[in-house]
Design a binder for this molecule. Structure first.
Ligand code: B12
Ligand code: SF4
Length: 467
């Protein structure tokens, strides 16, 4: 097993950062998204290394068995992990193995799961230190002298992402098979169907101010200033020159289309100052598109925002209200019509039309069959769409997730915080109906009303009133 990292002074503890994900995902991945790299790991290892605290790196994604993991974790004094809810099962299993083979070693954890489900983290005796919240200002002291910290620590973040150093992407794990490395473009990332390789993933903002009950990130990610436009462009240009050529960009922000003054600056500078206006994937909400349609259109046309990720979630006002989405059916259809029109015009000009990466949830508690038909009707109505459909998952940290967990209705246990879109995740949901719906059994019901919807949507005037 090849380790990464500079040689270490022999008096230094042997520290290991373990990247988490399903076994084999860096050998023979189940899908493209399993190959994305972890910006939390990248940022914190960069800060550690810049402060002289080196760490070796291994990844559970590069192992194909737990036996292999057991052998590789041998001989370390410290294990460090970024634990998200969906990687919690990997984390605690790794922690257990680590302590069995290195009984005097120390396990230091942080990450989203520590913030949203502290009880589950503290229940793992092998986790010696658990850091909630952001780790960038605390990581150096914690790793240098863990003994001076209590078991549970509350991290403090930077005021602005401008304070984050540029991440050293060579501190990310490498693809672990010859087959995968041929197309991976490490330390950039592989193609996933959104744009040409090599892909550069980047974060420009860290938090979303909305309060959707299935997510509400701002209840657990502290507010933080956005990364300045120039820094984002400089980083992309640096990556292009050093590791490129970049083919496309994925902006991993939870919500890219917020903060109009930042977006206006991006609109002005990205096409001019980036080595190339690489096509990119980024997220918006239907209500803000309806609020700032001109800005949206200009960004799509002039900055090559050609995969528009949008959390439509549902095509029914009832369900959108249940989700506190603060978007309406009308907002959703307005956004679909607007991107369709822009796409038609670009196509006529011989250019590639933009597509939606459309996030849709089914199996939401309280959703009726008619609501689900309306959602699928909206999907069918959308002309250029990459649908990303999942059964609703009650993640801890979100208002609805916390409520369902408290009521004993969640089927997501600490053994299976997994995230396969078609897993059964909530008690009392008729998953058989949803599977049949997705298999096309209710196509008549879904299509009924589609022609009327198309007819109705030809008149856009009513839609222009919200701003
Ligand atoms: C980019 C992203 C993705 C990408 C890439 C994932 C990856 N490999 O990193 C993709 C699109 C693949 C993805 C997919 C999913 N994601 Co996602 N994703 C994000 C997003 C938007 C940004 C993550 C990020 O880079 N953050 C920035 C870094 C710097 O933050 P960080 O990793 O948390 O690290 C900080 C702290 O946690 C802490 N820290 C971390 N580790 C450590 C360690 C120590 C020792 C210390 C002291 C501190 C510390 O310090 C860091 C700096 O402040 C977040 C939301 C968000 N805004 O964070 C959701 C988020 C992490 N994703 C989430 C979910 C649910 C998913 C999916 C399950 C969705 C689905 N249903 O399919 C899938 C699962 C993917 C998989 N691999 O199986 C949830 C996780 C919820 C939870 N409770 O853990 C989040 C929070 C979004 C949400 N609100 O629902 N995701
Ligand atoms: S679902 Fe999207 S809009 Fe809603 S809180 Fe989460 S990131 Fe924000």
């Amino acid at each position: 097993m090849k380790l990464f990292g500079p040689p270490r002074d022999s008096s230094e503890p042997k520290r290991l950062w373990l990247d988490l994900g399903d076994l084999g995902d860096l050998v023979n991945p189940a899908g493209p998204h399993e190959q994305w790299q972890d910006h939390g790991l990248g940022l914190l290892r960069t800060i550690l290394h810049q402060n002289g605290l080196t760490t070796d790196l291994l990844s559970t994604r590069a192992f194909t068995s737990w036996d292999q993991a057991r052998k590789s974790l041998q001989g370390y004094d410290m294990l460090i992990m970024n634990v998200r809810s969906y990687t919690f099962p990997m984390a605690y299993r790794s922690g257990r193995i680590f302590k069995e083979i290195n009984p005097h070693g120390i396990v230091i954890t942080g990450g989203m799961h520590a913030t949203v489900a502290l009880d589950e983290m503290t229940a793992i005796p092998e986790f010696d230190k658990i850091c909630q919240g952001p780790g960038e200002t605390i990581i150096v002291d914690l790793i240098r002298d863990p003994g001076s910290f209590p078991r549970v620590i509350v991290g403090v973040g930077s005021k602005s992402m401008a304070e984050w150093p540029m991440m050293d992407r060579t501190l990310w794990p490498k693809p672990a098979s010859w087959k995968l490395s041929r197309k991976f473009n490490w330390p950039l990332e592989p193609q996933c169907g959104w744009g040409p390789p090599a892909v550069a993933t980047i974060l420009t903002s860290r938090v979303c101010p909305w309060q959707c009950v299935f997510c509400n990130e701002n209840s657990y990610i502290p507010n933080m200033g956005r990364r300045p436009v120039e820094m984002v462009i400089d980083e992309l240009n640096f990556l292009d020159k050093k590791y490129g050529p970049i083919g496309s960009v994925v902006i991993h922000d939870s919500m890219f289309f917020q903060n109009p003054s930042w977006l206006e600056e991006w609109l002005e500078k990205y096409p001019r100052k980036a080595h190339k206006a690489w096509p990119y994937w980024a997220a918006c909400r239907a209500d803000t598109v309806r609020q700032w349609p001109d800005l949206f259109e200009a960004l799509v046309r002039q900055t090559n925002w050609n995969t528009v990720s949008v959390g439509f979630e549902s095509g029914s006002d009832r369900v959108l209200r249940l989700l506190n989405k603060e978007c309406t059916e009308e907002d959703n259809y307005f956004t679909i019509d607007l991107l369709t029109r822009i796409g038609d015009e670009l196509e006529r000009e011989g250019k590639k039309p933009p597509v939606f990466w459309s996030n849709i949830m089914l199996g939401i508690p309280g959703e009726t069959r008619e609501d689900a038909f309306k959602t699928m009707r909206m999907v069918k109505y959308t002309r250029r769409i990459l649908p990303s459909i999942a059964f609703y998952a009650p993640y801890p940290g979100s208002a609805l997730g916390n409520q369902l967990i408290a009521e004993g209705k969640s089927l997501m246990t600490k053994e299976n915080y997994h995230r396969f879109p078609d897993d059964e995740k909530v008690k009392g949901i008729d998953y058989k109906f949803y599977r049949e719906l997705l298999a096309g059994r209710y196509d008549d019901e879904v299509s009924r009303g589609l022609a009327e919807k198309r007819q109705e949507r030809k008149n856009y005037m009513g839609a222009l009133t919200k701003a």
